[in-house]
Design a protein around this ligand. Sequence first.
Ligand SMILES: [Zn+2]
Length: 241
Amino acid sequence: MNTYQAYTYLIKFKPTGKVYYGVRFKNIRLKRTPEEDFIVMYKTSSQQIKDLIKEYGIESFEWEIRKTFDTPEQAIAWETKVLRRCNVLKRQDIWYNANVSGYKVTTPRGRLSISNRHKGVPKTEEHRNKMKLIMIGKNKGRKQTDEHRRKNSEANSKEKHHRWGKTLSAEERAKCGEKNKGKTAHNKGKPMSQEQKTLISIRNKGQKRERLTCPHCGRDSAVNTYPRWHGDQCKQRNSAK
Ligand SMILES: [Zn+2]
């Protein structure tokens, strides 16, 4: 048996109880036993743990050498086996390990680095389309907070609305009409709820409508109801004047 053996270790950050399981074999080349190496000369290969040690000190940790091996290959194989068995990538609430033989989860530091790399770089049309497809349906059933609603409303109201002040050209109207021809209106046969009626009534209250005078009966009525009861539809249209 070699004196200078590879080893696996476990280090636990006491405040969170989360652990990191690592492997070390460079001590072989440096001619150090695991005991001479671990914590004394080498603490961890995890950047996250290194950051925590820097911030909270090594006394905030518990550690132990778990197993020793004659070759680095054996140590690495064992580490992978343990991490897989413990399902560490799915249990990020208890593990600091962020990758198992090539499979990775992103750490806060990793996310920051990715974010920084993409900052200010415009996304391609293709990329934006992909992001859009991914997001479709994702927010279904998610309720916006009142705060969120208010912000959206403010951001899109009046002159900020993309259609503000614009009118449809005759061509656009025709196109719209053509597209909807033969389709049943979405609200056909659906009676309005009392709330809808009340809302409409409140909104229209006090609004002056243009009025038309019927040539058949001589009555004055609002433009919106005129075509239904007067003009060509007037009951007195065919009766003697
Ligand atoms: Zn009339």
